[in-house]
Design a binder for this molecule. Structure first.
Ligand code: 6PG
Length: 238
């Protein structure tokens, strides 16, 4: 079951997300893995992590940064998800070899997916998930207007993938209409906490559908640990 937490606005939402992420970081004295997300929702959180007050609370030397999905465009393209996170905070603060982008210089999205899957499995040290040892400490997610999350769109075969950790998605269901590469539900699930950021009045309609338990991708993405939806008042329709 996912837990819903209500916050006042997008600023409170970014602060709550940052504090929850730091709680997970504090709980792990070893190597930490964080899976970031794309879209506009996480930008305020990334800006917060870039501030001295937050940056000094992150053990950069033992924290690794991944991305849950990518638009199949080069890092120089402003629509590239990892490039957005790098530009806001990672390039200045994280060791370069701790930043793990999806390789969009691959021949096609499927080849990029296979390469990223190999990278994740090498990092994890196995091709099989052990529930006692989640791949990620923290997975950040957003929700699209059609209920997609990561690049797992309603009715697409990627949603039912049980074996692969990462797959190519030839066509997006919403803008930007570029091919995607996405982690699958089992890979995203292998975490201590999965946190959805849901802010703004434009999310009200989809939030209503999610809270009615419609079988949308964002309702099927669940952590083996804790799943949290952080929702602001505008998304609540207040
Ligand atoms: C992407 C995303 C996607 C996003 C949602 C919400 O690459 O587009 O990872 O799943 O999180 O579409 O997007 P917004 O935050 O822009 O509303």
């Amino acid at each position: 079951m996912a837990k819903y937490f209500h916050v006042a606005d997008s600023t409170a939402l970014a602060i709550t997300a940052a504090e929850r992420m730091l709680t997970l970081i504090r709980a792990n004295p070893g190597r930490i893995a964080i899976c970031l997300t794309g879209g506009s929702s996480p930008k305020q959180l990334y800006q917060l992590l870039a501030t001295d007050a937050y940056a000094r609370r992150i053990p950069w030397d033992r924290t690794h940064w991944f991305i849950g999905d990518e638009r199949f465009v080069p890092p120089s393209d402003s629509r590239n998800n990892m490039a957005t996170a790098r530009g806001i905070f990672l390039d200045r603060l994280a060791p370069k070899d701790h930043i793990h982008p999806i390789p969009t210089d691959a021949a096609d999205p499927d080849e990029a997916a296979r390469r990223y899957e190999r990278e994740l499995q090498a990092f994890y040290g196995s091709g099989d998930f052990d529930p006692a040892r989640p791949l990620f400490d923290f997975v950040l997610m957003g929700v699209g207007p059609d209920g997609h999350t990561a690049s797992l769109f309603p009715g697409y075969p990627a949603l039912d993938e049980t074996r692969r950790w990462v797959v190519g998605v030839p066509e997006a269901h919403v803008e930007p209409f570029v091919p995607r590469v996405t982690l699958t539900l089992p890979a995203l699930a292998s975490c201590r906490e999965m946190l959805f950021e849901v802010a703004g009045k434009e999310k009200h309609a989809i939030l209503t559908r999610l809270s009615e338990n419609e079988g949308l991708p964002a309702n099927r993405a669940r952590s083996i640990g804790e799943t949290v939806l952080l929702v602001d008042q505008a998304a609540m329709g207040e």
